[in-house]
Design a protein around this ligand. Structure first.
Ligand code: F6P
Length: 342
């Protein structure tokens, strides 16, 4: 078999572990040939690739980022993109393509699959928002980074009697905010799924000070927004060239508002891309390796139009179409478990 692999969308710890696993399983166990496209779908559309053998993937298991590079280019965004992809797959004699990516990448994968290309998807994202899989690799690493930052910020917030508003990633969903906030014992967790009321948030943090506490830590997902009709003026972001929202900085806006309302010094801390960089945790390396192994197996069984998924402790194959229908958001019951004890 000849297999093409690519990584597309925002990078995420564990991508290299999938690439390595695909190459090991395909080359060593099946005698396949594997090529890696550079910079996501762009590489497929421009026929820009390199051969991936055992030497090419040596020493990358623990490495962050992706040796193949990534971009947010999607075939559907480009005129004739789908036809171009089809003709390159035929010219290169590919029997399977394994795209590793998040929501946008998997939507493109589904589109190409519906157009008849032999696709087996592998989900990734630190946001953990892909439906049909219990967890995506990258999430555990990001939560670990955010938790460590929160632990550190707690001690400095306490020394200076400040309110620190810590912004974590999470465009549409608050999984990183929820898990890191729970793990670090944050005093308030703000997620996009529950638009916040600034008066309630002020009251919540204010109660802590009234009870004699001298500092507070608020974790907020970057995509969180105020409830409609509330008393806070909120600056919305603009869109980037791929239609993704460029956030205007919820933590910065909240810190101004909370400082005025509480009369306490409040500072924003934006964790940003540090959550996405660096070496993956052991959990993410294992999940990524299992996804790669199962993607190759699915390709050999001819199970195209499918995606690897974690279901409990097992890896299952699920239809790509189903996986991209909705995002996996934080359910109310999960948020209720984390509601803070001040
Ligand atoms: O999709 C993963 C993610 O890290 C989001 O949490 C974040 O909103 C986005 O990517 C940032 O993307 P970029 O690096 O392109 O700004």
């Amino acid at each position: 078999m000849r297999i093409g692999v690519l990584t597309s969308g925002g990078d995420c710890p564990g991508l290299n572990a999938v690439i390595r696993s695909v190459v090991h399983r395909a080359v060593v166990d099946h005698g396949d040939e594997v090529i890696g496209f550079h910079d996501g779908w762009k590489g497929l559309l421009e026929c820009d690739y390199r051969k991936l053998d055992l030497e090419a993937v040596g020493g990358i298991l623990a490495r962050g980022g992706t040796i193949l590079g990534s971009s947010r280019v999607q075939p559907a965004h480009l005129r004739g993109g789908v036809e171009q992809a089809r003709s390159h797959v035929a010219d290169l004699g590919l029997d399977a393509i394994i795209p590793i990516g998040g929501e946008g990448t998997l939507k493109a994968a589904n589109l190409l699959s519906e157009a008849g290309l032999p696709i087996v998807g592998v989900p990734k994202t630190i946001d953990n928002d892909i439906a049909s899989t219990d967890v995506t690799f990258g999430f555990d690493t990001a939560v670990g980074v955010a938790t460590e930052a929160l632990d550190r910020l707690k001690t400095t917030a306490e020394s200076h009697q400040r309110v620190l508003i810590v912004e974590v990633m999470g465009r549409h969903t608050g999984w990183i905010a929820l898990h890191s906030g729970m793990a670090a014992g944050a005093h308030a967790i703000v997620v996009p799924e529950r638009p916040f009321d600034i008066d309630e948030l002020t009251e919540l943090v204010g109660k802590r000070f009234s009870a004699g506490k001298k500092f507070a830590i608020v974790v907020v997902a970057e995509g969180a927004k105020p409830r409609r009709g509330g008393s806070m003026e909120f600056e919305q972001g603009t869109k980037d060239i791929y239609g993704h929202e460029r956030f205007a900085g919820v933590a910065t806006q909240l810190s101004v508002e909370l400082e005025q309302r509480l009369g306490k010094e409040a500072r924003p801390v934006i964790l940003g891309h540090v959550q996405r960089g660096g070496t993956p945790t052991a959990y993410d390396r294992v999940l990524a390796t299992r996804f790669g192994w199962h993607a190759v197996e699915a390709a050999h069984r001819g199970e195209f139009g499918m995606m690897t998924a974690l279901r409990g402790t097992d890896i299952a194959m699920v239809p790509l179409g189903e996986a991209v229908e909705t995002l996996k958001t934080v359910p109310a019951e999960r948020y209720a478990e984390a509601e803070c004890v001040l």
